[in-house]
Design a protein around this ligand. Structure first.
Ligand SMILES: NC(=O)c1ccc[n+]([C@@H]2O[C@H](COP(=O)([O-])OP(=O)(O)OC[C@H]3O[C@@H](n4cnc5c(N)ncnc54)[C@H](O)[C@@H]3O)[C@@H](O)[C@H]2O)c1
Length: 335
């Protein structure tokens, strides 16, 4: 298939582009590089030995999106492009609503206009809010506690309504848990802006000496060691989940959790990182961070049953690969 990957220069999109190319699909990437760099496109090509068609463009600009659909015969869209920082979305809600909603509306509109019937959307476990674990796809979505989460819920609803109104239009809503790690080549991975919001890049930057200490937000949660529990998934497993979702996409709307089904606490992840890489990560416990929930992990049985997909890599692989990327590429913006 000829696949339009929006946000394909970013963290998850670049790993997915590799998985798609390895599965013999063709990839067109559209990315405005607001949180990535064009060097990643060259890295995708050097890892796979295949060409990628790249457009530096903003997918909130309707004419630009339309010209892409006119120029290429597109079989499917995987829509990663979006802003993703929960904290920033609280400070700048309009940026989040306009970027994340308008991009999705533009792409969906062009899919209908040009007869592109396969759409895969990057959603998030954040749509479950503080439900009871494990999170199942059939659960009612709770109101999100931040604008970022709202954009994910709203985009899911728009795409669902569209598929109901247009029976030929197939939609895959993929709810990611916590992607970490990097490609085993060490060439691409996650490079956050400023002090990381997410745990693994924070750990790798402390290990590298860029930051003095890891801040652990709260050790009084109702978990075994008191720190928050998350379902970490290797980004390459997540990427492979997209290939499975796309290749098994049939008419209608299909929602799948992409996680491992296991919860790992903050301190367990720190210990696993220290053991995997034989490096010390100093930390201090500080107060809880507003908006964080205690426990979040997936029921992954639906993805296994319907997509024949299951995460294969373990916490040790995630820690080793994240560190390899930090050591080789930890300076500058490489995704
Ligand atoms: N990383 C996570 O933990 C996580 C979890 C759940 C869901 N998601 C979702 O997955 C998607 C990808 O996340 P990521 O971690 O790879 O983020 P990322 O920031 O690394 O990648 C997003 C890419 O989209 C591009 N982009 C943003 N707005 C654009 C626009 N208007 N036009 C063109 N390009 C644009 C950015 O330049 C970037 O390359 C996002 O939609 C995010 O909300 C991420």
């Amino acid at each position: 298939m000829n696949i339009l990957v929006t946000g394909g220069a970013g963290y998850i999109g670049s790993h997915t582009a590799i998985a798609l190319l390895e599965a013999k699909h063709s990839v067109i990437i559209a990315d405005n590089l607001c949180n990535s760099s064009s060097g990643t496109i060259r890295k995708i090509e050097s890892i796979t030995g295949k060409k990628v068609t790249f457009y530096e463009m903003d997918v909130t600009v309707e004419e630009a999106v339309e010209s892409l659909f006119k120029t290429h015969s597109i079989d499917a869209v995987i829509h990663f492009a979006g802003l993703k920082s929960v904290g920033e979305s609280v400070e700048k809600p309009l940026n989040y609503y306009s970027n994340n909603m308008i991009s999705t509306l533009n792409l969906a509109k062009m899919c209908l206009k040009y007869g592109v019937n396969r759409f895969v959307f990057s959603s998030s476990a954040t749509v479950y809010g503080d439900n009871i674990v494990p999170f199942e796809e059939s659960m009612n979505l709770l109101p999100a506690t931040n604008p970022y989460g709202e954009t994910k819920v709203m985009c899911e609803r728009i795409l669902t309504d569209l598929a109901h109104a247009n029976p030929a239009f197939s939609v895959s809503l993929l709810r990611y848990f916590n992607p970490i790690g990097a490609h085993e080549s060490g060439l691409i991975g996650e490079v956050p802006n400023g002090v990381p919001n997410n745990l693994m890049p924070y750990i790798t930057q402390v290990a590298k000496g860029k930051l003095a200490k890891l801040r652990v937000f709260g050790n009084d949660y109702p978990t075994a060691d008191g720190t928050g529990l998350r379902d970490y998934i290797h980004v390459v497993d997540l990427a492979e989940g997209h290939v499975a979702a796309l290749e098994n996409l049939i008419e209608g709307v299909h929602t799948h959790n992409l996680g491992t089904g296991n919860g790992t606490s903050v301190l367990e992840l720190v210990n696993a990182f220290e053991e995997a890489n034989r490096i010390h990560v100093p930390y201090e416990v500080v107060g809880r961070r507003p908006g964080d929930i205690a426990v979040c992990y997936a029921d992954v049985s639906k993805a296994a049953r319907e997509l024949g997909w299951k995460a294969k890599r373990n916490i040790n692989d995630m820690c080793r690969d994240a560190w390899r990327f930090e050591v080789h590429n930890g300076t500058g913006k490489t995704t």
